[in-house]
Design a protein around this ligand. Structure first.
Ligand code: RP5
Length: 152
């Protein structure tokens, strides 16, 4: 994530990764404030054994795009909701990548963070039958948790 202030959104991705027992690391890496950290992180990610990067940032959210510029790993971008523009700035900063350098862009905010983790799980599950089974179970539990009628 680009800042400590992104944690309240990105913790929802971490919660899903924890629930699915997916090994992960969590780092603050700012495209603007720590550009060298970003370059080091993204350039060494594949060599360190990472398979997917979830990058959440807000405002002028260049973190996911710059990550994708430095690595061929899949990069999933989460637009964090900004105060000034409600995350529309984040969304447009992340989604409108030039052809040739993809970022898979999720929804603004909590839903995007949750779905980034689930999408990462789907990618990883292609080569991991145990994870695939855990993901199927997670989905089934979600379905079972939806009531037929609303509480009133
Ligand atoms: C972005 O600027 C971060 O991803 C964060 O969403 C936003 C604001 O950062 P702070 O000023 O709260 O550290 O780089």
């Amino acid at each position: 994530m680009g800042s400590q202030s992104d944690w309240d959104t990105m913790r929802h991705a971490v919660a899903v990764l924890d629930a699915l027992a997916i090994a992960h690391e969590v780092r603050i890496v700012s495209a603007h404030r720590t550009p060298d950290r970003l370059a080091d992180y993204a350039r060494t990610a594949a060599g360190r054994g990472l398979s997917v990067i979830i990058a959440g940032a807000g405002g002028a959210a260049h973190l996911p795009g710059m990550c994708a510029a430095w690595t061929i790993l899949p990069v999933l971008g989460v637009p964090v909701e900004s105060h000034a523009l409600k995350g529309m700035d984040s969304l447009l900063s992340i989604v409108q990548m030039p052809g040739g350098v993809p970022v898979g862009t999720l929804a603004i905010g909590r839903a995007g963070a949750t779905n980034a983790a689930l999408l990462a799980a789907s990618i990883l599950a292609l080569g991991d039958l145990d994870l695939s089974a855990r993901l199927e179970t997670w989905r089934a539990m979600q379905t079972a948790a939806v009531a037929d009628v609303p509480a009133r």
